[in-house]
Design a protein around this ligand. Structure first.
Ligand SMILES: Nc1ncnc2c1ncn2[C@@H]1O[C@H](COP(=O)(O)OP(=O)(O)OP(=O)(O)O)[C@@H](O)[C@H]1O
Ligand SMILES: [Mg+2]
Length: 245
């Protein structure tokens, strides 16, 4: 599988805290890469550096031949980088349909596309995410499970090559969590997207991911097939809270 993204020695600090500390890894086209680590390990910050919400203090990020280290987020989006948020961030006063239409308009360089075309596209992604019947519901009135679907629909509507998925299972009941995971699998099949998936539930990554990267106190402490990661004594110790990076 060809490499699609390369993160080289990237760091980011907030005051005296090294949230991400000299992290390197690659993502291959078509794979699902799991990203794990205890709370506060730096997972979301790393995604924020790759998607452009924050700029790295040092290191560089390469995406399909482009150095995107300091690129504006909207340009990264147009290149094919998208994300979902750990805590869903809907437009509270827009309907589900219009929220996804905004993504369809935003993700591409198609100045001539009108809102009507974007809404037609949006309908397709809402249907895919099981939200067709919610298309006229305002963002503020959707349940957490529906918002997770909306996050994915919005990400897909930008026609990404890679989606950074920040915890889809958290806060959902087991049935909903299973459906959310199945939706991610189907998104890969249907749209051919590459996925970096932040997840605490090891059993889910065991099934879905080809490789897993583990962060702890901002540092990468392990990388490998999920089976090896699940049996790595240092990783287990870090999750139980008794190791210090
Ligand atoms: N904007 C910010 N300003 C200051 N500190 C921040 C900021 N964003 C993150 N941090 C800190 O950086 C560290 C890493 O946070 P981050 O959200 O990346 O962790 P995480 O691995 O995603 O954790 P979780 O599993 O709880 O979502 C934490 O100590 C957090 O408090
Ligand atoms: Mg996080």
């Amino acid at each position: 599988m060809p490499e699609i993204l390369r993160v080289n020695g990237v760091s980011k600090h907030f005051g005296g805290l090294m949230a991400v500390n000299d992290v390197s890894f690659t993502i291959n086209a078509g794979e699902t890469l799991g990203l794990m680590g205890p709370n506060g390990a730096g997972k979301t910050t790393l995604v924020n550096l790759i998607t452009g919400k924050y700029i790295a203090d040092s290191g560089d990020i390469q995406f399909m031949g482009h150095d995107i280290t300091k690129m504006a987020p909207y340009k990264r989006c147009k290149l094919g980088i998208s994300r979902t948020y750990q805590i869903p961030r809907p437009f509270p006063e827009l309907t589900a349909l219009m929220s996804v239409a905004v993504s369809a308009l935003y993700g591409k360089d198609r100045v001539n596309q009108g809102l009507e075309d974007a809404a037609t596209e949006a309908t397709h992604y809402l249907e895919f995410c099981g939200l067709f019947s919610k298309r006229n519901v305002l963002g503020k009135d959707l349940t957490l499970y529906e918002l997770r679907g909306l996050e994915l629909a919005r990400a897909l509507a930008t026609t990404p090559k890679v989606i950074f998925v920040d915890e889809v299972m958290a806060g959902l009941n087991p049935g909903e969590a299973m459906k959310a995971v199945r939706l991610l699998e189907r998104a890969k099949e249907e749209f051919g997207v590459t996925i970096l998936w932040i997840e605490h539930v090891m059993a889910a990554l065991m099934k879905a991911a080809q490789r897993v990267v583990v962060l702890h106190y901002g540092k990468k402490i392990a990388e490998g097939p999920p089976q090896d990661i699940a049996n790595d004594p240092y990783v287990i110790e870090c999750y139980l809270g008794s190791c210090h990076a």
